[in-house]
Design a protein around this ligand. Structure first.
Ligand code: EPZ
Length: 417
């Protein structure tokens, strides 16, 4: 298994390009199941979860091609298989996103029920509740969701918890349902709006994406289109924190600063200088780093996918900060690894109390999930000596060659194959 070795002590400098958003590209690829015509995508990040999605769709009979240049071509004319097998779903829970499109176009689906993961139980009850409201029957049989319907019909669906993939799944299901569907307390992440934009290009009638209420008028069929995936605000955010924590000066290009407001405002409040330009943002880290609290929230609040990276930054803060995680019940695994590097972090339920200003020392650490692995690289960038991160397969799920991008900014970092 690959490892990554980081030697701390370099202030990062230069320009780094952001890839397309993993969490926008996944539902976009799956949306190809909604039509028998061709979908052309651009700016698709060649990360492992994208390759898993391509494999999942291919097993369903979709002609799916993803190229190194970020372009992808998908055609589901021959999609005879309506099953997402356990072997694939267990490696990527976002496979649940095939449920909505399969139900909309074929009226049946068999999808392995995603189990829990390192960051939480992550049930899919709201996805099933919504489909049942649209007239489907959903049963759990031998670990699989078996869903069927003689034709989905529009419904008013109120989410008691904001769910990103739940909103995306039911938005796709509603595109070809009879009548109007209203999604209330919907997620308004930029990735949800990007999917709505793609579906509109395919002929869907969708309004209100980006707000808590989305309205979808069902249409008989959808057609081909071309769509460019939005930049990855979490990858760009990771580079922004890398600049702040190393007191560096980094220009992050090909990103969408307007999708990163909560994070960028937070970086300004901890003392970093942030200059916004169209399609890019310059971040200059300053000393001292001021300790400030955060509470993760659904968009437009502070993203849970930036919580671990921010915790690494707070280990270098000038005081005490409290990090409250409200989205996932078990998303502090990275804290214990940072403590092994000398950080002072106490976990109290969903709160982490970080006493900053403790110098970090390099150590062997273990990545438990995608964003935790990124946070350990950030901690390694300011630790004395070498930090060796194990299980970086987590990292490869959502970052494209992050070690090369950081090395181009001056970081002493390498992958140990
Ligand atoms: C999406 O996951 C992202 N994944 C996650 O990014 C991200 O952390 C999360 O949204 C929150 O922003 C993708 O887009 C592929 P949720 P998702 O449904 O949709 C509860 C990364 O690092 N819930 O919005 O699975 C759930 O348990 C990943 O790239 C239910 O109770 O998250 C959680 O507490 C990690 N029942 C909360 O809602 C349901 O049916 C939000 O989860 C669905 C969700």
């Amino acid at each position: 298994m690959d490892k990554i070795c980081v030697t701390g002590g370099v202030a990062l400098a230069g320009r780094v390009e952001t890839s397309g958003a993993k969490n926008a590209a996944l539902p976009a690829m799956v949306a190809s199941l909604l039509t028998d015509e061709t979908i052309e995508l651009e700016n698709v990040p060649p990360v492992r979860d994208i390759l898993t999605t391509r494999r999942l769709l291919s097993e369903m009979g979709v002609q799916a091609e993803v190229r190194e240049d970020g372009s992808a071509t998908l055609n589901a004319a021959e999609a005879g298989g309506h099953e997402a097998p356990y072997e694939l779903v267990k490696t990527m829970r976002a496979s649940i996103l095939v449920l909505g499109p399969l139900m909309a176009r074929f009226g049946n689906a068999r999808v392995s029920l995603p189990g829990g993961c390192a960051i939480g139980a992550r049930p899919v009850n709201l996805h099933l509740m919504g489909l049942q409201k649209m007239g489907a029957t959903c049963e759990i049989v031998h670990g699989y969701i078996q869903a069927s319907s003689a034709g989905l019909r529009g419904a008013h669906i109120l989410f008691d918890t904001v769910t990103v993939t739940g909103t995306e799944n039911l938005m796709m299901a509603a595109t070809m349902a009879k009548g109007e569907t209203v999604l209330d307390n919907a997620a308004c992440e930029p990735e949800v709006s990007d999917l709505a934009e793609l579906l509109r290009r395919m002929g869907a009638l969708i309004e209100g994406d980006g707000t808590r209420t989305i309205r979808i008028q069902g249409v008989p069929r959808l057609h081909s289109c071309r769509h460019r995936i939005i930049p990855d605000r979490i990858e760009a955010g990771t580079f922004a924190v890398a600049a702040a924590i190393t007191h560096g000066d980094v220009l992050i290009s090909n990103c969408a600063p307007e999708h990163m407001t909560a994070l960028l405002l937070q970086l300004v409040s901890v003392g970093a200088e942030v200059d916004l330009r169209t399609g890019c943002v310059r971040v200059r880290g300053k000393d001292p780093i001021v300790s400030r609290d955060i509470t993760t929230q659904p968009y437009p609040g502070f993203a849970t996918d930036m919580q671990a990276q921010y915790m690494a930054l707070m280990t270098q803060g000038d005081g005490t900060s409290v990090i409250t995680e409200t989205i996932f019940e078990n998303r502090f695994m990275h804290a214990l690894e940072m403590v092994r590097m000398g950080a002072d972090i106490k976990i109290e339920g969903r709160r982490a109390i970080v006493r900053g200003g403790k110098p970090l020392s390099g150590a062997n650490v273990l990545a438990s999930d995608l964003r935790a692995s990124a946070s350990l690289i950030l901690a390694g960038l300011v630790a004395h000596g070498d930090t060796v991160i194990d299980r970086v397969y987590h990292l490869d799920r959502g970052y494209h060659r992050i070690e090369d991008k950081l090395a181009a900014l001056g970081a002493k970092i390498e992958r140990i194959r």
